[in-house]
Design a protein around this ligand. Structure first.
Ligand code: BES
Ligand code: ZN
Length: 896
């Protein structure tokens, strides 16, 4: 159906320029050295730059080509070439550029601009966060500081001088090492920083203000001592010890696992309250959102502790995968983000609980990346075009990109993968590279032909692998037939078959592993686990010498980011759940069983039939609770139901009410059926006196305990249990506080409000805890949640200008609370549209992130489709819309 109204509307919008990968050209000019001079003031800041420019010998344009610099929101005061001031006839300034018409081969360029960080609410470029100055330059924020060749393949050495009031800004930081400083008249002082490593503008950082400092040091593998400094807002020093431990852990891990050593004498981490993202890897001066840096037992949950550690590791690992080797252009973003996510995931697997870490990453991929890959914004890991690059920091580039790196390790084996990484660092250190160059080192080391594998970078969509089995008792053979397809995605109507590594094993009916022998096996002696290379649209593998009909354990550890269908019997899944040697597949088998029950319940609900749950799952769970894995962290994952968002992915049309009803019903049934066991488990693990310790063992205990509490509190008689835990933990242990409050939060019981009020009164001075308070209320299952969320937008603790507040309140509601966000009359959609439009007036990056829940409108039934679409069209009709939001909304409304 053509929509003419929409087409006319699109024609009125500001024209946006699409950038294509195929148009990449090397830069016309190179900036060898950059000297920056900041004069920070209370109303405005003067930025002077002095740049050694030379024409790129490899430029594809002629010697007369002008120098075109990017710049936004800048007031140009002066331009000079080789100390000669230019007159306005020599250049042209537009909203987003400065063009110098005639320039020599080599020259010194001087520019002076004025900017207003105090008015910068987009939090991109130089801005204020409370009493501090701070920067965020990735991807295109540097052009909001001064005119520049703001592209990742222009690498320069930076010298930065910062001048400011000494009383207000005693600490002045930038990348590299401090080399000089001094005092000036009028209470001002200055510090000069020199970064010996060449870098693109997006890795530049500046921080100024008064901070608490936590110091430590690290001795690297070659014996150098690195000063570690964590700067946090006044009063937060005690909450930064965990971060310091994490830094040292990450540094050690990268030395041991990748042979990578830190390269500067100082490594600085700064925490900021106003920050669009989680954190940023600026060379030598990483900047963190306070929520990814601060953690102490009474203020942060176990999950926060783990998250902080993983973000710190991530930004630290970027020093090699991102900074020393950066991307040639933004289409190559996954070369730093996908690879670095893979590295931080491996770190978390190694330093916490391997399988639990993997389960969480796979869950995240399934509920975030799979829908993206099936929706109107689907794109490949290396996109081919974009309007706004900010919109391409996606789950596909990050999480699918990480899976692709992981598959390379699976295919090459850990040893060859490491050799290939060593070669990558050796060959490309100091350069801006492409994904192709990364794959090439993998190929060079392994001698494998990875031509087909490269499709993972260029082809969008989640492949579907259908597996069938045939056992021949007479021949003792077992044949697995693999058939792969991949659905069409925007701009890619047909797909080629992919190279899918399927890690697998075979079990006999009593759960023991069988030796694998098959035709074409690369090894002659039987093994217990193999990685099959599935490369054809249809492919058979015949296993030999099998006396019994085996149970296949397929896609172990989720060895490829695909959907897989195999028609397991329920008993086969039960066997895998109880005995597979692959812990991930044990969990997966349990989820499959629960999924089956839930899908039956969903159908029953839709057909208005009574809901009923057989004893199968509770029997299995009971035995797992009595004699399951020692690892309680893993056990708690095995006893959790698939999320509503996961279930949504399985339905052709998302039915939020049926999903919610089915899942709530099943949880309640499991609560009743295993009631005494939950109580026993809870009591065995709960010790209100025990001090918090951050160990994997104790995290597992708290997880299982709080899971037991969750089931117990689904039953009305257990309110006191939760209230008691809440009260005892409130000022001591945030994991247990939230564990209890999360349950109370769903109740229509006076205890809920009492606890929420007490929580707020106790912690209202701690912004990150107030964020939790907002997020909890936004994710409540209660019917009044939307009206409470609206009320909270007017609460003094809420602030639309602060991204953390927005993510906690509006994000939790729209992204996590499916049932309430998709209220049947569309009230949730109206609310989100209003928020997005307000946000978009000053912070397009955050607005574009918030609009996401509406873009997958096609997945819902006709009425909700209509209601969601209506809000999207209203957004497009707004007279002042950012390109960021416009790109997403327009693409989501485009005809398929
Ligand atoms: N380089 C990014 C930060 C970034 C993201 C800058 C988007 C500009 C646009 C950083 O390394 C990053 O990926 N941060 C993540 C956290 C990480 C642990 C996945 C973030 O900010 O969410
Ligand atoms: Zn990153």
């Amino acid at each position: 159906m053509k929509d003419t109204k929409l087409e006319t509307r699109a024609a009125e919008l500001t024209p946006v320029k699409t950038v294509y990968l195929r148009d990449y050209r090397v830069p016309d000019f190179l900036f060898d050295q950059v000297e920056l001079n900041f004069d920070l003031g209370e109303e405005e800041t003067i930025v002077k730059s002095r740049i050694h420019v030379r024409r790129n010998p490899e430029a594809q344009t002629g010697a007369a080509a002008p120098l075109v610099l990017q710049g936004e929101e800048l007031a140009l005061e002066a331009v000079a070439i080789n100390q000669q001031q230019l007159s306005p006839a020599d250049y042209q300034v537009t909203d987003d550029s400065l063009t110098l018409f005639k320039v020599p081969e080599h020259f010194e360029l001087q520019i002076q601009v004025r900017i207003k960080p105090q008015e910068n609410k987009a939090l991109s470029g130089l801005y204020r966060s409370g009493e501090h100055f701070c920067t965020q330059c990735e991807s295109q924020g540097f052009r909001r500081i001064t005119y520049f060749l703001d592209r990742p393949d222009v690498l320069s050495s930076f010298t930065t001088t910062i001048t400011a009031s000494e009383a207000r800004y005693p600490i002045l930081l930038s990348n590299g090492n401090p080399v000089a400083s001094g005092k000036l008249a009028g209470g001002r002082h200055w510090v000069r920083w020199e970064d010996p490593f060449k870098k693109p503008g997006y890795l530049f950082a500046l921080v100024a203000g008064d901070f608490d400092l936590l110091e430590d040091q690290f001795k690297t593998c070659s014996g150098r001592t690195v000063a570690l400094r964590i700067y946090v807002e006044k009063g937060y020093r005690e909450q930064s010890h965990h971060a310091m431990q994490a830094v040292k852990k990450a540094m050690t891990w990268d030395e041991e696992n990748y042979g990578r050593e830190y390269d500067l004498d100082i490594y600085m981490l700064v925490g900021m309250s106003d920050f669009n993202m989680g954190a940023m890897e600026n060379k030598g001066l990483n900047i963190f959102n306070t929520k990814t840096l601060l953690a102490s037992p009474e203020t942060a949950t176990d999950d926060d502790f783990i998250y902080v550690e993983s973000v710190i590791a991530h930004e630290y690992f970027h020093n090699w995968t991102g900074n020393r080797i950066t991307c040639r252009d933004w289409f190559q973003l996954s070369i730093k983000e996908g690879l670095t996510i893979f590295r931080d995931q491996s770190f978390t697997e190694d330093t916490t609980a391997k399988t639990v870490a993997r389960i969480r990453d796979v869950n995240a991929l399934r509920v975030r990346q799979f829908p993206e890959d099936a929706g109107p914004l689907a794109h490949s890991v290396r996109p081919e075009s974009y309007e706004r690059i900010d919109n391409f920091y996606t789950s596909t580039v990050y999480n699918k990109g990480a899976e692709v790196a992981r598959m390379l390790r699976t295919i090459l084996g850990a040893q060859q993968f490491r050799q290939a990484m060593d070669l990558y660092f050796k060959r490309y250190d100091g350069q801006a590279v492409t994904i192709e160059e990364f794959v090439k080192v993998m190929e060079d080391v392994s001698q494998l032909d990875l031509t087909q594998f490269r499709l993972w970078y260029s082809q969008a969509g989640t492949p579907l692998l259908t597996v069938n089995e045939a056992y021949d008792a007479h021949q003792k053979t077992y044949t697995l037939t693999f058939e792969q397809t991949c659905p069409p995605s925007p701009g890619q109507p047909t797909k080629k078959p992919m190279f899918i590594p399927v890690k697998m094993g075979l079990l006999n009916p009593s759960g023991q592993e069988l030796p694998l022998e098959w035709e074409g096996s690369p090894v002659s002696t039987p093994v217990k686990e193999a990685v099959l290379h599935i490369q054809k649209p249809k492919q058979e593998v015949v296993f030999k010498n099998l006396d019994v009909h085996p149970i296949p354990s397929l896609l172990r550890g989720f060895s490829a980011p695909i959907k897989m269908n195999f028609d397991y019997s329920d008993p086969a899944l039960a066997t895998l759940f109880q005995s597979d040697t692959d812990q991930f597949n044990r969990w997966e088998a349990g989820q499959k069983l629960s999924e089956r029950c839930l899908l039956r319940l969903i159908t029953a609900y839709q057909q208005k039939q009574p809901l009923h749950l057989s004893d199968e799952i509770s029997t299995l769970w009971e035995s797992a609770l009595r004699q399951g894995p020692e690892d309680k962290f893993l056990l708690s994952q095995m006893l959790s139901l698939p999320s509503e968002r996961y279930l949504a992915e399985l339905l052709p049309v998302i039915d939020v009410d049926a999903i919610h009803a089915a899942r709530e019903f099943m949880a309640l049934e499991l609560a009743k059926k295993l009631n005494s066991l939950w109580l026993q488990t809870y009591q065995a693990l709960h010790d209100p006196q025990a001090p918090y310790r951050y160990t994997v063992e104790e995290i597992g205990q708290r997880q299982l305990k709080n899971l037991s509490l969750y089931y117990l509190m689904l039953l009305p008689e257990q309110v006191d249990l939760g209230l008691a835990q809440f009260t005892a933990a409130l000022t001591q242990n945030m994991t247990d506080t939230i564990g209890a409050l999360r349950c109370l939060n769903n109740l229509d019981h006076p205890a809920r409000q009492l606890a929420l009020d007490q929580f707020y009164t106790t912690w209202q001075q701690q912004p990150l805890i107030v964020d939790k308070w907002l997020a909890l209320q936004a994710s409540s299952k209660r019917a009044s949640t939307l009206s409470e969320v609206k009320k909270l937008t007017r609460h003094p603790a809420f602030d639309l200008k602060n991204p953390n507040k927005v993510y906690s309140l509006i994000g939790s509601f729209a992204q996590q609370n499916m049932h309430r966000f998709h209220a049947p009359q569309g009230e949730g959609y109206v609310f989100l549209r209003e928020c997005v439009l307000q946000l978009d007036q000053f912070n397009p990056i955050v607005a574009a992130r918030m609009v996401k829940p509406l873009v997958e409108w096609r997945r819902y039934e006709a009425k909700r489709q209509y209601l969601m679409r209506e809000q999207l069209e209203l957004i497009l009709q707004h007279p002042k819309l950012s390109q960021d939001v416009q790109e997403l909304v327009t693409k989501s409304l485009q005809e398929e």
